[in-house]
Design a protein around this ligand. Structure first.
Ligand SMILES: *Cc1c(COP(=O)(O)O)cnc(C)c1O
Length: 422
């Protein structure tokens, strides 16, 4: 790598060597300042919440597992199993909780918040353009709507989880769905989509290439809607509504979040939409009392390199001499969402990078000790917390939330393979 490589010049040397780092964001700003300029307002997030509420009766009809929650897609906030505490090395008086999105109903991953939301939004758009003004959204599950929706195709590029979430919600409503996947996407993920009646298109390149191909197809298809993981506001605000859910749960658990009781939240980051949306929602809710830490694989620190290099142009991890190869396929993105990067640049506290093997060890520990079924992407939050605590590289927090972003729906054989690898 040339010594005057501008990307390597902008990041700590350890990033280019693919060593784990805690990169403290030099551009973070006081919440009041940053939010005053923020492209995503609290009102926009509240409107997204209103759409979820309106759609709840429809979701309860489409997905029987949501009947108990009356159509609400949410996850539990669990106490960190005591046996995992010492391994995290939490400094007192830290208290840790797990935001259990690995077990989110319908999709078993955080993409239920973004991907399902965008499909619902599109369904309402189509319905409204055809005169739907019924008070009950549940009607959209009945004729003539599924047949009308079938004239539209929802197109998305994905390494797996976003395609699954979008494909599942789209097919449940009657839409056609087409998912463009990179060559390294897992065969079982493609099979699962095909069983839902989703068209799966495979591409030779990486995730970014699959997204680009999906964008081109959607632009050329009449009635198609492209779910753009690299720039969609709908995905972003869908994720952002998780903040209010967490705030309610913390309140119910008697956990204070204020200047004297700062909250640190560890968010696994791929392209940046999910952690960016959640961070934006949390900042609107808790301001300076919440510190959001993104977690990326050492070979795929897309958001870290983007934020470190500034926002003038998209920067990829390849430019830092990295491979974008990781077991954490949910995080294997070479270039960050430019939309998310712009929004979160002043909001993110730090980005932590983690190696594959510790992620696997945490998959194993979380399962053995606590029965949490995590995929490596989700387990990354544990390793990041352990690194920060070991090095005391950030000020102590009163409460730590580890966002476990996916895993409950991994097939047994795949999960057992991960445990064997640990
Ligand atoms: C997609 C995903 C993430 C990260 O979300 P991005 O929007 O890509 O940053 C984290 N964990 C899991 C399991 C995911 O599927």
């Amino acid at each position: 790598m040339s010594p005057d490589n501008p990307v390597l010049a902008a990041v700590p040397a350890a990033v280019g060597r693919a060593d784990p780092v805690v990169w403290v964001n030099p551009n973070r700003r006081p919440a009041a300042q940053a939010l005053a300029d923020c492209d995503v307002s609290g009102a926009e997030i509240a409107a997204a919440q209103a759409l979820w509420t309106r759609a709840a009766p429809l979701l309860a009809v489409l997905f029987p597992e949501l009947r108990a929650s009356a159509g609400c897609i949410g996850s539990e906030l669990l106490p960190l199993p005591a046996a995992l505490g010492p391994a995290l090395g939490l400094r007192p008086p830290g208290r840790a909780l797990v935001k259990a999105d690995h077990a989110l109903p319908v999709t078993g991953c955080i993409k239920a918040r973004g991907g399902v939301f965008e499909v619902l939004w599109f369904a309402f758009e189509v319905a409204r353009s055809q005169g739907f003004s019924d008070a009950s959204a549940a009607r959209l599950a009945q004729p003539p709507w599924p047949q009308r929706f079938s004239r539209h195709t929802i197109v998305v590029g994905s390494t797996g989880n976003l395609g699954f979430s979008v494909g599942l919600a789209a097919r449940a409503l009657g839409f056609q769905a087409e998912v463009h996947m990179s060559a390294d996407a897992k065969a079982w993920k493609k099979d699962r989509l095909r069983r839902l009646g989703v068209r799966v298109v495979e591409h030779g390149g990486d995730y970014g290439a699959a997204v680009a191909a999906a964008r081109t197809v959607a632009a050329a298809t009449r009635g198609a809607h492209f779910v753009d993981d690299e720039s969609s506001r709908h995905l972003f605000v869908g994720y952002a509504t998780a903040a209010a859910e967490l705030a309610r749960q913390l309140h119910a658990a008697g956990v204070a979040v204020d200047a004297a009781h700062p909250l640190r939240v560890y968010l696994p980051c791929g392209v940046g939409g999910a952690p960016g949306g959640v961070t934006t929602g949390l900042k609107h809710t808790f301001g300076d009392a919440v510190h959001c830490v993104f977690v990326e694989p050492v070979q795929s620190p897309a958001m870290l390199v983007q934020l470190a290099c500034g926002l003038a142009r998209p920067v990829s991890v390849y430019e830092a001499g990295l491979t974008n190869r990781t077991l954490a396929d949910g995080l294997a993105c070479a270039t960050a969402s430019q939309f998310s990067a712009r929004v979160v640049a002043p909001l993110v506290e730090a980005v932590v990078t983690v190696q594959d093997h510790p992620m696997l060890r945490w998959v194993d520990a979380a399962w053995r000790v606590a029965g949490l079924r995590l995929e490596p992407s989700a387990a990354a939050a544990f390793e990041a917390c352990a690194c920060v605590e070991r090095q005391a590289s950030l000020p102590p927090a009163h409460t730590h939330v580890l966002w476990t972003t996916g895993g409950a729906l991994l097939p047994d054989a795949v999960f057992e393979g991960l445990l064997a690898g640990a």
